[in-house]
Design a protein around this ligand. Structure first.
Ligand code: UDP
Length: 415
């Protein structure tokens, strides 16, 4: 399915964020690559980090003269049950095995998409994550194929990894968030490291008036006067919302006045979400200071933006994390982040500078209490966070990193 309902973006709109020189440099660099075209393929147009990125990246690449499209594979719910298993196995669940039937459904859905659903009318195809990875096997061409992996592959289930590796053989390149995610068995001739990014102009990140923030808090019964701890993330065991609840409880026991906001969308390609959400709600009990909210209650990009701006401290207690865009978004809003050092979080939360790295709820609660008691420290860390994101994780940087890969793939004769 071709995603055409995208916002318009012009590179010039970013001038006030990255400056005229950077904009001019990007335009001049992209001129070299005009005439090339790119299709991004993933498995959902809504929910989770990949959709979030493509929503802005695709229009921005078009604005730089690189004809870019975004297509989403079509698949039944059973397919997503299988790909969630693959995702969990690749992130380290050693107890998972794929049955012959599961494997053949995974492959067949991709075959149908490659043969009769996807348009793929470009000279480069960028395939995101394991869900659509096998489409390459059903397209016989000499375009450039790139696999963009958004998950932590540093200690994978080896049997499931083998499946992925087979499908990667005909790809020209693969891209990972961090060097430590590149498993030694990845067979692509080229391997790149590149972090993802946020778009400061999106509804999720743009500046909004404080009246709107208050309106949103009011609508969801959140007290603007009481410190707010916020964790944004899918309802998924790897994100450990239970750890966030434990942290909140420890803080509450010691200082009393505090609330916890757990915000998580239910993504179309994440069938476990509903079930897990019920478990989290049960664990939270009927504490009026814990607010658990999802897109089903109308929490969209603007609301997440408002909650992030209203938060006193942002938590991200994920046990595994590809990158953690929710962390980037919080840093961009000048919030200190207390997080476990998982995956890409380590690139973002610099201990004692942009927040605190912690190993468990006990440590997290101490960091939170220290921050609640020190508004000046929160302000300083917030400033550091903004600077850090601006330098490294803004969408214009991300586009530039993609352009460099295209440039390299097209300017050499090796595959
Ligand atoms: N997100 C959202 N609403 C929610 C929960 C998450 O819009 O209720 C967004 C969040 O703001 C971020 C993305 O989904 O942009 C999650 O990306 P991240 O890298 O943190 O995690 P992933 O879901 O990709 O594992």
């Amino acid at each position: 399915m071709l995603i055409s309902d995208l916002p318009s973006r012009s590179i010039y709109e970013y001038t006030r964020i990255i400056g005229e020189d950077e904009v001019a440099r990007l335009i001049s660099y992209s001129e070299k690559l005009r005439g090339h075209s790119v299709t991004h393929v993933n498995s959902t147009s809504f929910g989770g980090g990949v959709a979030e990125i493509l929503y802005s990246l695709v229009p921005l690449m078009n604005s730089l003269g690189i004809k870019t499209e975004w297509e989403v594979i079509e698949a039944p719910i059973e397919f997503f049950n299988i790909t969630k298993k693959i995702h969990n196995a690749l992130q380290g669940r050693k107890d998972i095995t794929l049955s012959r039937d599961e494997l053949s459904l995974y492959i067949n859905v991709n075959r149908i998409n490659a043969e009769s659903k996807l348009l793929l009318r470009s000279d480069t195809v960028i395939v995101h994550d394991p869900q659509p990875l096998p489409i390459r096997s059903f397209v016989n061409d000499n375009r450039k194929w790139i696999w963009r992996c958004h998950i932590d592959l540093s200690s994978p289930n080896e049997n499931v990894l083998k499946v992925i590796v087979e499908f990667l053989r005909k790809y020209n390149a693969s891209v990972f968030h961090m060097r430590e995610f590149i498993h030694e068995s990845i067979p692509t001739p080229r391997k790149y490291v590149m972090p993802p990014s946020i778009d400061p102009l999106s509804d999720k990140n743009k500046e909004i008036p404080s009246s709107l923030i208050h309106k949103v808090l009011n609508r969801y019964g959140v007290d603007p006067e009481k410190p707010i701890l916020l964790q944004v993330g899918r309802f998924d065991p790897w994100k450990d919302p239970f750890g966030a609840i434990d942290t909140y409880r420890l803080v509450k026991k010691r200082i009393g006045r505090v609330q916890l906001l757990l915000v998580g969308s239910l993504a179309h390609d994440d069938p476990e979400g509903q079930e897990y959400l019920l478990k989290v709600k049960e664990y939270a009990g009927n504490d009026p200071d814990i607010h658990i909210l999802t897109n089903l209650e109308g929490v969209g990009a603007l609301e997440v933006n408002a909650f992030q701006r209203a938060a006193t401290i942002v938590l991200q207690l994920s046990i595994r994390e590809g990158f953690g865009l929710a962390v980037t978004e919080a840093l961009w809003k000048g919030k200190p982040v207390v997080a476990r050092p998982s995956g890409g979080i380590k690139l973002q939360v610099i201990d004692n500078v942009t927040g605190y790295l912690v190993n468990n709820p006990e440590e997290a609660s101490k960091a939170v209490i220290h921050l609640i008691r020190n508004p000046e420290l929160r302000r300083r860390m917030g400033e550091n966070g903004i600077t850090h994101v601006k330098k490294n994780f803004i969408i214009t940087k991300h586009v530039e990193r993609y352009l460099r890969i295209l440039d390299e793939l097209y300017s050499t004769t090796t595959p």
